[in-house]
Design a protein. Sequence first.
Length: 129
Amino acid sequence: MSAHDDLLGVYEQWRTWSEAEGEAIQAGAWPQVARCQDAKLKLQSRILTATEAWQSENPNRGQEGTVDPQVRRVVSELILLEVRNSEWVAEQRRQAHRDRDQLGQSRRNLRQIQRAYAASPRALWQSYS
């Protein structure tokens, strides 16, 4: 297998993990999100190694204007997946903040209702007099 094919293979693994990560984000399955991110973290060193091997096989590759169009396309797609996942995480966080705020408001409302309907012990004692 050529270094180019190896590099594309590692990028494909990254894509698989990024897509799984996106599904986990959408489902709110945070332990699965963490597993996907750990797997991608481990792939980073393989990407660097594969990139170095590819560049050593093709010394002119990687210089300005000489990046392989296939590699450029794949990297662009992976960047879009990462941006999408980041946006989905941000939306999940916004929703969690909205939910938290709504629960806080509900708690305040319940306290007000409890104060309004809870009779003080003094008032109860006076009603028996």
